[in-house]
Design a protein around this ligand. Structure first.
Ligand code: BES
Ligand code: ZN
Length: 599
């Protein structure tokens, strides 16, 4: 049985592999974790049929020891590096048109960007080392030789030997063996190992973490996970992967979450003690349909993964907390979109991006595909009406599950499904215009109080005459949802220009933080907004506080803008903080910050 989809007409420029001339049926990884030398070593077996005598695979900083075709050693060569695309591994003398086993013996090296090896000191418990992977978008090739493109998908078997508990993106069969029966693209391969314990968080879910934090992780997620899964199933169809677990990683994990099948990887910064950042879990579990069942065929069509996922995430939140909440989350998203469009090159503010062979997909990454993509789907929903859209959505995910597609297939399917209702969509404008799309009509019920309070704080008279000392009190924000605090802080930051030159500006903002008890928040999203605002306003001691915080969290969402801001206000502090802490960061994060700081 072959799971191969006819490769999409769009070519993936981010791979060097010969994916278009092979039919891949199955992949097996047999690996052992060598903790002393920080090496993953073993073999990968690809069951495939090739149209050509040569098969080319992606590798990056891997050491290739031996290649076999049907159990016989065959010739191979590893080309020089081609930037982020790595070193093409060419295997010759493959029988054409025959399904056979291509087995490659290899090991990783210290340069492999997809893995981070943590010393015991870098973990929370400080007792054992820790290893985790992050493959999306193009780092799977630094863990095993593969066809590293989201356009082809296969089922996997894994056998992983480690002296510590192991998790992979599949389900355990026996002992050290796992399988992933659903065909997945290479970027969804994941592995983690370390001192891990698990606790139940739902009917089909466990949370995994170091023992020191596993109870607080359980509390954070146990109220929402199953309800979110059920909400998604109601919107789409049954969850097809079996169990859904969450792994909370040490703080250097570079993302908020990563939708590895069966085992979402998450940053500890979402364990805020108030259960308000569980939208990240809603997002990652929504990927079980958008991205993991139905996958973008190249990184230029990334909005099909992330725009859909944000759309579904907010539909889940709407079901659980009401439609105004969904609108409010979209308003916050719109703020992020405006900010991203201001800093990203115009090409990468298009929904459909041209990711050429010399463009590293990591460099095109921003919130644009997330928010512009979900805004497009929001627009389509309003155009055709909720019930027609929901019918389309169910059909779309059923039709394309186990497959990869591009935006043109999406368009074709939408038009075929909704018919005349789609006549007015300006597809080219949505796909190719850079910058902001038309702004949807949001319900501003929850926004109004945030906007009014931010206006009060940023009125020039308020600051000039120290008026806030008379009116401001904790009750101004009592009963607010933490998301409203975030939006309020964003708004004050946006309007800071109106008061920035006033001599009282820093003391007004310092008092804002103190009166609302924002400065001490454990909620990382609030803490981040606060530190950005306070540093911009010149509040004493806050640039040092920001430097200290980004030395402790490795999540790029905070670390990159954090360094960019420090660089503006105090380059020396930015550079010295980075130099002191760079071994703490994940290789991807380190590389991005180096670029941001021009090092
Ligand atoms: N798939 C992404 C993370 C990602 C994107 C990793 C591109 C590597 C390359 C994940 O689903 C994600 O979007 N995470 C967000 C969560 C948020 C939007 C709720 C994050 O990390 O902040
Ligand atoms: Zn996502």
């Amino acid at each position: 049985m072959s799971f191969i989809t006819v490769p999409s007409a769009v070519t993936d420029n981010s791979t060097l592999s010969s994916y278009k001339s092979v039919d891949l049926e199955h992949t097996t990884l047999d690996l052992s974790i060598n903790w002393d030398d920080k090496i993953l070593a073993g073999s990968v077996t690809h069951v495939l049929k090739s149209e050509l005598k040569s098969v080319v695979l992606d590798t990056s900083f891997l050491k290739i020891d031996k290649v076999e075709w049907q159990n016989k050693v065959v010739k191979h060569d590893v080309a020089d590096r081609d930037s982020f695309r790595g070193s093409a591994l060419t295997v010759r003398d493959i029988e054409v048109g025959v399904v056979g086993e291509l087995k490659i013996y290899f090991s990783t090296t210290k340069d492999c960007t997809g893995l981070q090896w943590l010393s015991p000191e870098q973990t929370i418990g400080k007792k054992a080392p820790f290893l985790f992977s992050q493959c999306e978008p193009t780092h799977a090739r630094s863990i095993f030789p593969c066809f590293d493109t989201p356009s082809i998908k296969v089922p996997y078997k894994f056998d992983i030997d480690s002296k510590y508990p192991v998790l992979v993106s599949g389900t355990r069969t026996v002992g050290s063996k796992f399988e992933q029966k659903v065909p997945i693209p290479s970027y969804l391969f994941a592995i983690a190992s370390g001192n891990l314990k698990s606790k139940v968080i739902g009917l089909r879910s466990h949370v995994w973490a170091e023992p020191e934090i596993v109870d607080s992780c359980q509390w954070e997620f146990e109220a929402d996970t199953e309800l979110q899964l059920e909400a998604a199933e109601k919107l789409l169809f049954k969850y097809e992967w079996g169990s859904y677990d969450v792994l909370v990683l040490p703080p250097s994990f570079p993302f908020g979450g990563m939708e590895n099948p069966n085992i979402t990887f998450a940053t500890p910064t979402i364990v805020s003690g108030d259960r308000t950042l569980v939208n990240v879990i809603a997002h990652e579990l929504a990927h079980s349909w958008s991205g993991n069942l139905v996958t973008n065929s190249t990184w230029g069509h990334f909005w099909l993964n992330e725009g859909w996922t944000v759309y579904i995430e907010r539909r889940i939140l709407g079901q659980l907390h009401g439609e105004p909440y969904r609108h409010f989350a979209a308003i916050e998203g719109w703020q992020d979109l405006e900010n991203a469009i201001n800093v990203m090159p115009a090409e990468y503010t298009k929904l459909v991006m041209d990711v050429a062979s010399d463009v590293d997909p990591d460099d095109t990454f921003s919130t644009v595909p997330y928010e512009k993509g979900s805004t497009f789907l929001w627009y389509l929903e309003n155009l055709v009406g909720r019930s027609v859209f929901d019918d389309f959505m169910k059909k779309y995910f059923q039709a394309f599950k186990y497959k990869s597609l591009d935006s043109f297939k999406f368009k074709e399917f939408f038009i075929a499904t909704v018919g005349d209702a789609s006549a007015s969509v300006d597809w080219d404008a949505w796909f190719y215009n850079p910058g902001l799309p038309p702004k949807p009509q949001f319900n501003d019920e929850l926004l109004r109080v945030c906007a009014a309070l931010s206006d009060k704080w940023t009125s020039p008279a308020n600051v000039k005459n120290s008026e806030w000392k008379k009116w401001a009190s904790k009750t101004d924000i009592s009963g607010w949802h933490p998301l409203q605090v975030i939006v309020f802080l964003n708004l004050v930051t946006d309007k800071l220009g109106a008061i920035k030159t006033d001599a009282n500006c820093a003391s007004a903002i310092a008092d804002l933080g103190a009166i609302y008890e924002i400065g001490q928040s454990r909620n990382a999203e609030i803490k981040f907004r606060w530190l950005q605002l306070a540093v911009k306003a010149g509040v004493q001691g806050t640039k040092e506080a920001l430097a200290q915080w980004i030395a402790e969290v490795g999540r790029m969402k905070f670390v990159r803008p954090g360094y960019r801001l420090l660089n503006e206000v105090d380059r020396e502090l930015a550079v010295s903080t980075f130099e002191k802490n760079k071994t703490f960061y994940h290789a991807i994060c380190r590389a991005m910050v180096e670029k941001d700081l021009g090092l």
